[in-house]
Design a protein around this ligand. Structure first.
Ligand SMILES: [Zn+2]
Length: 520
């Protein structure tokens, strides 16, 4: 009797979740605020702090308990303003470029001539008088990271310069031989290649007064942050010259013009601003306390931080906002789950899973009692299924049954999961540290099932990671699916089984051996 009554209660909450999710889904509204009111939000930025306060206020407004979980602090903060650039002269054009976070802006509008960087001491000596006030084209291809200007990097550069000096001694011999042999009919000997390293004379060029360095970039342009120097930055030792990542097509044109020694200038106005530290950063945690098993948990999360070359519309706005909406749907539907639901908006995922590592370290007492950790950080695609162990299957079949009636376009399939070994190292998103700690981290399979031509590559840490890259109907459906499944797990009358979720290596080997034996 008790079970029947409570099952009816669960069903009515789930029905309300679906009803509200279909008629008043606010996933895209949350995303609008996150991306377009606050903007890109790396940790240490005002935008991150603002977004964290807002998310906390929403959780509170919806009736949840809120914890601002201090994860750490950065020695300085960074706030990005707009950026502009143009070529003045032949082929006049607006420049398409970006700079990584925690790198220098310009000193107002700065205009200068262009040089191609020196690769040997002789080349450096030849142009050293001309470096003052120049933009310097450096080699290599932008991967989103700035040039490392730390002492360690300078030591490495010095050793590469020495290698190049040796190669140049050989090359000078070859040059001389070629000169003596000219007209003899003998083919010219080829020069030995120099060791390739972008901005090899970085320190010397900065001392000579360059305006900034410019590297070629594929588009859309990726831009991350200064991971090498941030730890040791102080407000007195901020990076000094801009590190510009320029559209490869424009870079080619400009490089050719520089090599032809044409007269032209580049002008940049880059408003990269810093703030005095230390700047603390927090996970934002919303809690729906369990009514019957408050010390058992279901966790759902996504990372609140995002690079600021765009606005984190997908990475990870597409995770944060359906997660927030799932929490709101549960609260709006009057959900009072038996076990506790913990919603974590993680800080500093992009800086090395900082928030999730911190939470796992600080909550070891809870790790055994988490039914599952749901993490959404893979694009604005729609949930299509989940794979679970045979021991979990009956529970999931019951919990997921309503999912197939929400929208005929988005069927949901339960698959059976092969036992896996527990990972020893966290993979590249916030479920990683949970998995390493032995917590089940089953996630939804997702797909671009209506064919909206979504490309994760296009947005991943690039200037294209904007609000409008998200796909509203997928986002909204994801919020409903997440709410139904998280609520369902939290409201089971027993803890979800972990049986057979992970296997020890030895178990797996012995199972394989058994199989082989059977075959014989
Ligand atoms: Zn991400």
């Amino acid at each position: 009797m008790f079970t029947a009554v409570s099952q009816a209660q669960t069903d009515s909450v789930v029905n309300r979740i679906i009803e509200i999710g279909k008629t008043d889904n606010q996933s895209m509204h949350h995303l609008d605020v996150l991306c377009n009111r606050f903007g890109g939000r790396p940790i240490g930025s005002d935008a991150y702090e603002n977004a964290a306060e807002w998310a906390a206020s929403k959780f509170k407004e919806w009736g949840m308990d809120v914890v601002m979980d201090e994860v750490g602090e950065l020695p300085v903060g960074f706030n990005r303003g707009p950026w502009f650039g143009r070529l003045i002269g032949d082929n006049a054009m607006h420049l398409h470029f970006a700079t990584p976070s925690y790198t220098s802006g310009t000193k107002g509008v700065q205009r200068g001539h262009v040089l191609v960087e020196p690769k040997t001491q002789a080349e450096f000596d030849r142009m050293k008088g001309k470096l003052n006030g120049a933009w310097v084209l450096i080699s290599g291809e932008n991967k989103g990271w700035p040039i490392n200007f730390s002492e360690d990097a300078n030591v490495l550069r010095d050793s590469l310069k020495k290698e190049n000096e040796k190669i140049e001694i050989e090359n000078n011999k070859i040059r001389r031989d070629n000169w003596y042999n000219r007209g003899s009919g003998e083919p010219e000997k080829e020069l030995l290649p120099l060791v390739e390293e972008p901005a090899l004379f970085y320190k010397e060029m900065v001392e000579a007064g360059i305006l900034g360095i410019i590297q070629s970039s594929k588009t859309p342009i990726p831009a991350m942050y200064d991971r090498n120097n941030l730890k040791n930055m102080t407000f007195e030792t901020l990076p000094g010259v801009p590190d510009i990542k320029l559209d490869e097509h424009q870079y080619e044109v400009i490089k050719q013009m520089a090599e032809e020694r044409r007269y032209f200038q580049l002008e940049f106005d880059i408003r990269n601003h810093f703030k005095m530290g230390p700047v603390k950063y927090h996970n934002v945690i919303g809690i729906i306390p369990g009514t019957e098993f408050p010390d058992e948990y279901v966790v759902m999360g996504a990372h609140l931080d995002a690079f600021d070359v765009a606005t984190g519309g997908v990475d990870d706005g597409s995770g944060v906002t359906p997660t927030m909406e799932a929490a709101r749907l549960i609260m709006e539907a009057g959900g009072k789950p038996r076990r506790t639901i913990i919603v974590i908006l993680f800080a500093g995922e992009e800086f090395g899973l900082l928030g999730s590592k911190h939470w796992v370290e600080e909550n070891t007492d809870k790790l055994d009692k988490i039914a599952n950790m749901f993490n959404r950080d893979g694009g604005p695609t729609v949930p299509t299924g989940i794979s679970v162990t045979p021991e979990m299957k009956a529970d999931f079949e019951k919990i997921c049954a309503p999912l197939n009636d929400i929208n005929p376009d988005f069927p949901f399939t339960i698959y059976e999961r092969e036992p896996r070994e527990k990972p020893k190292q966290a993979w590249g998103t916030d479920s990683g540290p949970f998995a390493v700690a032995g917590v089940p981290t089953m996630g939804f399979y997702t797909a671009d099932s209506k064919g909206y031509n979504f490309s994760y590559r296009e947005i991943w840490h690039t200037e294209n990671d904007l609000y409008n890259k998200s796909i509203p109907e997928y986002q909204e459906h994801a919020a409903i699916v997440t709410a139904v499944v998280v609520y369902g797990l939290a409201d089971l009358d027993h803890m979800l089984s972990r049986e057979g979720y992970y296997v020890e290596r030895s178990d797996k080997d012995s199972k394989k051996k058994k199989k082989r034996k059977k075959k014989k």
